[in-house]
Design a protein around this ligand. Structure first.
Ligand code: DAH
Length: 363
């Protein structure tokens, strides 16, 4: 038996060595170790043996299987390496060739607007903060003073992730949880914006299940509604590149701010189109809502471990896709996520756009 096995091993190792390609090697593997392979059959025969026989023959059969398995793995690695070397020698790419005109990319309006926001707020001393898109419901709701029974939870059309978790897991419905994460990890004073993706189960011409928001948060001593209004005015004037942008703060309700305000910007109608700037309560104009804001609720500040008697602040949240639509004139949200370069070119986006305030945002 041992001699038989020795002979078998010698033959198999020779076959493995002789395998000139991965397919040939696999054929040898199947012959030896496949379902009805020679070694598999030997292993199966162990079951029918007496304990003494098994003790005598088992180690040799297992040894054979191990030697063949190892030899196949070594040969496989060598063949794969040779394959890769051959491909590397065969395939060359000339990186200096120009791309085909149809393939030249373009910056996406959402990325463009995010860059503009970072640039504008950096000038005002704001850093950019980020947080996870897969959130837990404490950061997304509870810490923001939206308790479990609060109707605002139902208003958010939340995507919940399946499975048992200590805290239910959601796709964040807004960028507001980044407020919480920032306050819990950074000592005030805090000045951040948090642009990013957000998710709600909603879909039509002006809503997509994934969309973008930017959050703003300031925490410091002696912060008032006046700071909020000045900041938003400065931001919107810089963003729309017009000094005649007018704002209206309308009392509203958000669980995480008190008082809360919805912010409208004035628009005028020019050639049948709404243009941001001027307008408001004038004959040829009106107001449109662009963001939500307010003074951070003391309960939110306390939930993050800060003393609300010592620290105050303001926050705001704004849809980035909507900002892009208003600035660059798109009227349907859905093509934002089609990835059609013709659409981006139509609205004047190029791969070389670099937003800077000195060169003019969006120049
Ligand atoms: N998170 C709100 C939403 O998605 C927007 C918002 C409103 C954010 C007021 C804020 C705020 O920070 O103060 O509808």
């Amino acid at each position: 038996m041992t001699t038989d096995l020795d002979q078998m091993q010698t033959d198999m190792l020779a076959a493995i060595d002789a395998a000139s390609g991965l397919d040939a090697l696999d054929a040898v593997r199947v012959q030896a170790l496949g379902k009805t392979g020679v070694i598999t059959t030997l292993l199966k025969s162990l079951g029918a043996m007496t304990p003494e026989e098994r003790q005598a023959k088992g180690p040799a059969i297992h040894g054979l299987r191990e030697a063949i398995t190892a030899a196949i793995a070594t040969r496989k690695a060598a063949l794969e390496r040779a394959d890769l070397d051959a491909r590397l020698a065969r395939e060359t790419i000339d990186m200096t060739l120009p791309a085909e005109p149809a393939l030249v990319g373009s910056i996406h309006p959402v990325s463009q607007v995010m860059d503009e926001l970072a640039e504008i707020f950096a000038d005002l001393g704001f850093a950019v903060a980020t947080g996870p898109e897969i959130e837990d419901d404490w950061h997304n709701f509870s810490a923001l003073n939206i308790p479990e029974t609060h109707p605002a939870r139902a208003m958010h059309d939340t995507f919940y992730l399946a499975g048992e978790h200590e805290r239910p897991i959601v796709l964040r419905t807004h960028t507001s949880p980044v407020q919480i994460r920032t306050m819990m990890t950074q000592a005030p004073p805090i000045r951040i914006i948090a642009p990013g993706r957000t998710y709600r189960s909603d879909s039509d011409a002006t809503h997509t299940p994934m969309f973008h928001q930017v959050e703003g948060l300031v925490i410091d001593k002696g912060i008032t509604l006046g700071h909020l209004k000045w900041t938003l005015e400065t931001f919107l004037k810089a963003f729309f590149e017009r000094d005649d942008v007018v704002l209206r703060l309308r009392p509203s309700y958000f669980p995480f701010t008190e008082p809360s305000a919805e912010v409208d910007v004035g628009f005028t109608v020019q050639n049948g189109k709404r243009v941001i700037g001027g307008g408001g309560d004038t004959e040829n104009g009106g107001w449109m809502e662009v963001l939500g804001s307010g003074m951070v609720h003391p309960k939110v500040i306390a939930a993050c471990g800060l003393d609300p008697d010592e620290w105050q602040g303001f926050a705001f949240g704004c849809g980035i896709d909507r900002l892009a639509m208003l600035k660059y004139g798109m009227d349907d949200l859905r093509p934002f996520f089609d990835g059609d370069l013709r659409w981006m070119k139509h609205y004047g986006f190029s791969c070389l756009d670099v937003p800077t305030l000195s060169a003019g945002v969006g120049a």
